[in-house]
Design a protein around this ligand. Structure first.
Ligand SMILES: Cc1cc2nc3c(=O)[nH]c(=O)nc-3n(C[C@H](O)[C@H](O)[C@H](O)COP(=O)(O)OP(=O)(O)OC[C@H]3O[C@@H](n4cnc5c(N)ncnc54)[C@H](O)[C@@H]3O)c2cc1C
Length: 303
């Protein structure tokens, strides 16, 4: 209750207090910060996927700026020999303002990644974006089959049928590449599972379908029962190491992450950075109000 109250009054907190909490989840404000954290994770046998925080844009100039930032990020990542992919949110490139402009920006980013043997994943946003993000993925996949991946959310009731309807994209030579996560947005009950057990059951159903059908999957969760469920399925279908990986958010459940790495599985950590850390942080806090205690500690012990 107390933590929820803190989250509710969050907008009135000074930004610097939120930063004290946020710095465990965000690599920093600059590209250098992202490189530093990524190299550190690489040294622990963990791959990364880097995200420039910038999802709340108001005009197409900001979309253009975001594209430039990603092109620069790709250059610097390869120059630094970081073992990493790139994650992006189409709304940062104008999906909700002009779909064609958004496509052209993302195409340029994917083309640049492709010329360096890189990989770009389209994060999945809230349900008004789902159809457009699947369409964007299909269009890019046709031109860059080995460079582009998509995220699917197990809480959406449509997800299994989306996977089935995209089976034409899956070939033995170049398997389709998804990240499967629970989903982070607040969605209406008519289209989304709400209960923890229901979401987990559908997560495992979606995962089983992917593994059975030789789809590459990034298993993105910090939920121990799901990690254990995934282990069972990986064994059941005798899935080779090159067909899956685990993924986690930077700063979340590092001990579970370490145990997965120690078991010999590939691990990739989502490393967000950028000046727009505030929106990302407050979303993480709303998702897990228990973390509000970090802010309280910051006020009393460090503030
Ligand atoms: C690599 C990656 C990429 C993602 N990309 C997307 C995306 O594109 N679209 C989308 O909608 N969602 C995305 N998500 C978020 C995802 O949908 C979930 O909201 C989030 O991962 C929490 O779900 P969970 O499976 O960890 O299970 P939960 O049941 O939510 O969490 C299990 C346990 O993990 C810990 N935990 C989870 N989250 C946090 C946190 N923020 N802070 C501290 N502890 C925490 C807690 O101990 C919790 O009890 C992504 C997640 C990951 C790991």
């Amino acid at each position: 209750m107390f933590n929820k109250l803190i989250v509710a009054i969050l907008p009135w907190f000074p930004k610097k207090f939120v930063w004290i909490f946020s710095k465990s989840y965000i690599s920093g404000e600059t590209l250098e910060d992202a490189m530093h954290v990524s190299k550190d994770l690489n040294s622990k046998n963990i791959k990364v996927t880097i995200d420039v925080l910038g999802e709340f844009i108001k005009n197409l100039e900001e979309a253009e700026e975001n594209k430039t930032e990603y092109l620069n990020l790709i250059d610097i990542t390869f120059k630094n020999k970081v073992d990493g992919h790139f994650s992006l949110k189409p709304t940062s490139f104008g999906l909700l303002i002009d779909k064609e402009v958004c496509y052209k920006h993302i195409r340029e980013i994917v083309a640049k990644a492709a010329s360096n043997n890189g990989f770009v994943r389209i994060d999945m946003e809230d349900s008004p974006c789902t159809d457009d993000e699947i369409a964007l993925f299909r269009r890019l996949k046709a031109e860059f089959p080995a460079t582009i991946g998509l995220v699917l959310q197990a809480y959406l009731k449509r997800t299994l049928s989306d996977i089935e309807s995209m089976m034409d994209l899956n070939t033995e030579a170049i398997p389709v590449n998804y990240r499967l996560c629970k989903g982070i947005y607040v969605e209406p009950e008519a289209i989304a599972f709400k209960k923890y057990e229901e979401i987990n059951q559908h997560f495992l159903e979606d995962l089983e379908f992917m593994l059975k059908n030789k789809i590459y999957v990034g298993i993105a969760t910090h939920d121990k029962p799901l990690v254990e469920g995934a282990y069972v399925l990986l064994e059941k279908y005798n899935v080779p190491k090159h067909m899956y990986e685990f993924q986690m958010l930077y700063g979340v459940t590092p001990r579970l992450r370490e145990s997965i790495v120690n078991e010999g599985h590939t691990m990739r950590v989502y490393v967000p950075f950028g000046k727009q850390w505030y929106g990302y942080s407050t979303r993480r806090l709303k998702e897990n109000p228990k973390m509000a205690s970090h802010i309280i500690k910051a006020i009393f012990y460090k503030g």
